[in-house]
Ligand binder design. Structure first.
Ligand code: GDP
Length: 195
């Protein structure tokens, strides 16, 4: 996939602000600091469109990006940061529910996890949450460059078994450092977007 244009459309704090254009969307979710911004930036060949290592606890928004004037990427705020207050957590939950329960344009979610570790309880809850809304999920196992080649199969099996990934969902090994997995990730996204 050649990305010719990628721009932020809006940082939406509520449903009213979502773009109205009836174009298909892929949402991107993952725990804070997992490598979600790096994944987005690698996919769209931008150094810093999605902000990397943004501080948790700041205003939480859904960031809509328009890619090649064809579809949206929707960057969902990271989860699993321990120091978030109850009020913030509740706000986050409401924002997720508003989006995932009702967004007609949503075609799939890329759930970013770290291939080096067993998926956390938060990762499992997120996968189940998305499946509960019947959203196709592509699990992106990132930071692949950080493990030895000989460990890959074992780690991917651990991820698949811990999340109990359903047969129709892809598990894609990925590295934002080397670009490995990028073509497969695009192919999967484009098939969900029906482009
Ligand atoms: P976010 O909070 O989920 O958006 O995470 P970031 O994209 O900011 O990444 C967190 C840290 O992990 C940064 O220091 C990145 O450079 C690093 N990182 C992200 N993806 C990779 C990867 O595939 N390989 C390596 N080696 N480092 C990565």
């Amino acid at each position: 996939m050649k990305v010719n244009s990628a721009d932020i459309v809006i940082s939406a704090a509520s449903q009213k602000q979502y773009p109205k254009a009836p174009i298909p969307e892929i949402a991107l979710a993952g725990r804070s600091n997992v490598g979600k911004s790096s994944f987005i930036n690698k996919m769209i060949q931008r150094k810093n469109l999605a902000r990397t290592s943004s501080k948790p606890g700041k205003t939480q928004t859904l960031n809509f990006y328009i890619i090649n004037d064809l579809f949206h990427f929707v960057d969902v705020p990271g989860y699993g940061y321990a120091k978030v207050s109850k009020t913030e957590r509740a706000k986050w939950g409401k924002m997720m529910e508003e989006y995932f329960a009702e967004r007609e344009q949503l075609r799939a979610t890329a759930l970013i996890i770290d291939v080096r570790h067993k998926p956390s309880e938060d990762d499992r809850v997120m996968y189940d949450y998305l499946k509960h809304f019947d959203v196709p999920v592509m699990v992106i196992a990132t930071k692949l460059d950080k493990i030895k080649k000989g460990q890959r199969a074992k780690q991917l099996k651990l991820v698949r078994e811990t999340l109990e990934i359903e047969d129709e969902d892809a598990l894609i090994p990925f590295s934002s450092e080397t670009g490995e997995g990028k073509d497969v990730a695009w192919k999967t996204m484009l098939s969900h977007l029906q482009l």
